[in-house]
Design a binder for this molecule. Structure first.
Ligand code: PGA
Length: 250
């Protein structure tokens, strides 16, 4: 599985001045870490800033969404090529905050996934169930279906070297993270599902956990066998907390 990976998801936070300080703190605190790869996904307008501050460091950057289309009359959309122009190497796809607020369908998400890979971006595909679905015991069915839309269209091989982030919706921004057993069990399910179709893809993909990761729960989560790191929202906005999470991995 190799190094662990921690991805910061800034969501719609930041401004030029605050980002500059935060990124400089990231560099100071996180560059020395040897066993953790770090990626920061910033709002579109700050990609240029991330590029100028992070280039020549070991911290990579990316976006939080992209267009399913390549180019054309799509007002307000941002293409994969545009992200590449600013040195982005990762892109979050299908985050539940987008899926619910902007009615993003599984089919759209699958197209975006393919679009990202076609242009050399590493997709970070978010999957996860609601609280009602977990309480009904259908969480594996829900996550399985989210993966199936991609598998049925493009095959399981597209998961090679890609990233899936298991983000139970009830854990995002609530302060209530999944337990390490709940997360491990879903991660094992996800890897197993890919493994029966493509062993190499399952071995090379990373499966992150996202949802209220903090410096206190990071160690318990990240020691689990199938948890390859984390996708971090709130705590990534504070360099000290984010460092606590990244070094928990180490
Ligand atoms: P959170 O967000 O860490 O604030 O729960 C995680 C995410 O939505 O990626």
């Amino acid at each position: 599985m190799g190094r662990k990976l921690v991805v910061a998801n800034w969501k719609m936070h930041g401004n030029l001045a605050a980002n500059k300080l935060l990124l400089q703190e990231y560099i100071r605190r996180l560059s020395p870490l040897e066993n953790t790869s770090v990626v920061v996904c910033v709002p579109y307008p700050y990609l240029a800033q991330a590029q100028s501050i992070l280039q020549n460091t070991n911290i990579a950057w990316g976006a939080q969404n992209l267009s399913k289309d390549q180019v054309g009359a799509f007002t307000g959309e941002v293409s994969a090529e545009m992200l590449k122009d600013f040195g982005a190497s990762y892109v979050i796809i299908g985050h539940s905050e987008r899926a619910t607020a902007y009615c993003e369908s599984d089919e759209n998400i699958a197209t975006k996934y393919a679009q990202a890979q076609k242009h050399g971006l590493i997709p970070i595909l978010c999957v996860g169930e609601t609280l009602i679905e977990r309480e009904a015991g259908v969480m594996q069915m829900v996550v399985g279906k989210q993966l199936d839309t991609i598998i049925n269209t493009y095959g399981a091989s597209v998961f090679a070297n890609a990233i899936v982030s298991y983000e139970p919706i009830w854990a995002i921004g609530t302060g209530l993270a999944a337990s390490s057993d709940q997360a491990q069990s879903m991660h094992e399910f996800i890897r197993g599902k890919i493994e029966v179709l493509d062993k190499d893809a399952a071995a090379s993909m990373k499966i992150l956990y996202g949802g209220s990761v903090n410096p206190q729960n990071a160690v318990q989560l990240f020691v689990m066998r199938d948890i390859d790191g984390g996708l971090v929202g709130k705590c990534s906005l504070n360099a000290q907390e984010f460092e606590g999470i990244c070094s928990a991995v180490a």
